[in-house]
Design a protein around this ligand. Sequence first.
Ligand code: M6R
Length: 602
Amino acid sequence: MCGITGFIGDTDALSKIVRGLYRLEYRGYDSAGVALLEGDPADLAVYKSAGRVGDLEVPTVSDATCGIGHTRWSTHGKPTDENAHPHTDCTEHFAVVHNGVIANYDELRGDLETHEFTSQTDTEVVPHLLEEEYSETSDLRAAVESVTDRLEGSYALGVIAEESDRIVCARHNSPLVVGHGEDGNYIASDVTAFLDQTRDASYLLDGDVAVVSDDDVTVYADGEPVDRPIQHIEWDAQAAEKDGYQHFMRKEIHEQPWALRQVLASHVDTVDRTVDLDIDLDDDYLRNVDEIQLVACGTSYHASLYAKYLFQTLANVRTSVEVASEYEFEGGRDPTRTLVAGVTQSGETADTLDAVRRSAANGATTLGVTNSLGSTITRVVDDSIFIRAGPEIGVAATKTFSSQIATLVLLCLHVADVRGELDSADGRRLLENLRNLPSAIQQALDNESRIQAVADRYLDEDAFFYIGRRMGNPVSLEGALKLKEISYDHAEGFPAGELKHGPLALITEETPVIALLTDGSRPDDTITNVKEVQARGAPVIGLASEGTGNGTLEERIEVPSLGRLEPLVANVYLQLFAYHLADQKGRPIDKPRNLAKSVTVR
Ligand code: M6R
């Protein structure tokens, strides 16, 4: 959830670390800090404070060529100067940055009663333990290994120490990557931190400890050197910048046609229109699967709900969708015939990883569907599908929602084909719709001014209801999630038929209702619910297929014709609606309060 960066080399470390911190702010932004080895002999200097990276006061120049930095998303202790990382020991000899949660920190603090603690964080036990262990060996790597042996929970750690011209880092259930540069080496929780300096990266695995110096990187597992191959990252730092848009979110909404073309180009043969997902799950296994379980959180959960309808109708396979934090591998099913897919943009969501691990422990085959190559989920599952939407920086997931659905549609077509369930006309139609999705979304994007005008008209309302049926239901849930997370307005999504069973009591002239009236969302039934809310005075904004809802809606926005993928096009209007409403309200759209992009705690 937090961001770690570090540099050791033959040039100025401070500017490189601070630049990395700005890039990592999407991972956490309630405090920031830097620790540097300054002067000769080196002295440890720590600069840290609550607030954003821009609030951090650091020297304008520094001779340090080695240091570590951190942006924090609080888990233990409030966002204060004292709780900001890096943390140090009593002698201020060691500085530590940490992502994750040290579950046994209370117990460890008990063992350190002679030490004076200055923060409420779980992290601070680490430098104090290092102080003890280092006095035994005077070897920083050995000290880090002894300390990590005592930690329970999850961690990515970056450590520096006076008299030691290296960074030592370690990972367990929290991502950490080493960047190999020309003028030195980097550590980071995410390659975004150093992509403007180098695209060569090696990912650490759980249990690894790496010793990083200006001209060498050595990774150890169980005390022995191991090889962690260097991967060349294809996308560049530019892709992670705003490209002239005011916010990443709007840029990423507009990137959807491109992202979807990437998905299709990677997985669909242009000549014979066959699907190749580059997975190893063998056909016999898929043929005999009794059930597919999709586990996910937030937007990824909504994408999974959308896909469920297609798996059930097209591939004729029982499919369930579970909120990952609620998941249990229930009895009554044969684990060897149950495929559990963790759907996660970041590949780092703790709840999803935990659900997948539990299903694997019960004997199920596991699959990861993720946007992050090299992320933790890809190491936890039996097989993975990479959705290739490019980096998503805005906290609100947008292009990854549509790319996840497109990827799951391809998986559904593959499963249906293998199982001999694919009605060829039906399959061809869906694949054709998928191929037309980028241009249909482009049409919606070209009509942005229309939805912006609607957002302006309803700016003063503070509660919005979203309704839809079938595939319109996950889109109504997603539309409401988007609006609440970035505008802070109250927004709820309901299956349209459920309104009359309770939520209708909340409907007044001041609660606009947004209705999904597209193909794939049973518009004829939902029109009845539209009438119910209109009878209570609520204005209705309808996202409607051609010929639907004419003359009955306060605002009618037509969705290009695209069969079962129409709700997905309608969703683009809902993303833009949320964006413009939040923008008019002056909200910090890319970094909404209390939220972080990657939720690596349970
Ligand atoms: O990285 P993941 O897809 O696993 O993330 C799951 C949710 O945390 C995420 O979708 C969240 O709901 C977004 N902020 C929604 O915009």
